[in-house]
Ligand binder design. Sequence first.
Ligand code: CTP
Ligand code: ZN
Length: 155
Amino acid sequence: MTLSEKPKDLLISPIKNGTVIDHITAGEAINVLKILGITGTTDECLSIATNVESRLTHKKDVVKVENRELKKEEVDRIALIAPNATINIIRDYKVTEKKGVHIPKVLIGIIRCTNPGCITNTDEPIESKFEVIGTGLHCLYCDNFISGDIAGHII
Ligand code: CTP
Ligand code: ZN
């Protein structure tokens, strides 16, 4: 087999148990991890592939989280930046569940309000809370509206 015939699937190995977030908008894998609260200091076993070829969207990112089954409420938060993502739950190497992501009605504690005077930006222990309207976010504390680069405002 020549290098050009290398199966794409071998870029990152299949996992035994856990969650595969597939068809992530190319370039958004790092933001997906941020939204899920997965950082270099948490102890998940992770594989990340960026800009891999995909039939569906041309290029995509893929994130595999071993030994953790992400819950629907957790993964739905990524829908704003990766609306085509599919969530695959893997058990003993098999895909046992596959589902899409759905934009939640309310986002709590994920995005920082861009209004410096917003109560969620003070020392008060108040988490940000946004109502999702289309692709924009309406702050339920100060009425500020954030549109455009949502990923740039992830806490
Ligand atoms: N996968 C994995 N480990 C496994 C099984 C699957 O990492 N043990 C990954 C595959 O590489 C793929 C995703 O989980 O990225 C979904 O697997 P599968 O449903 O078999 O692939 P497709 O049919 O290509 O999925 P889709 O139709 O959603 O594109
Ligand atoms: Zn606000």
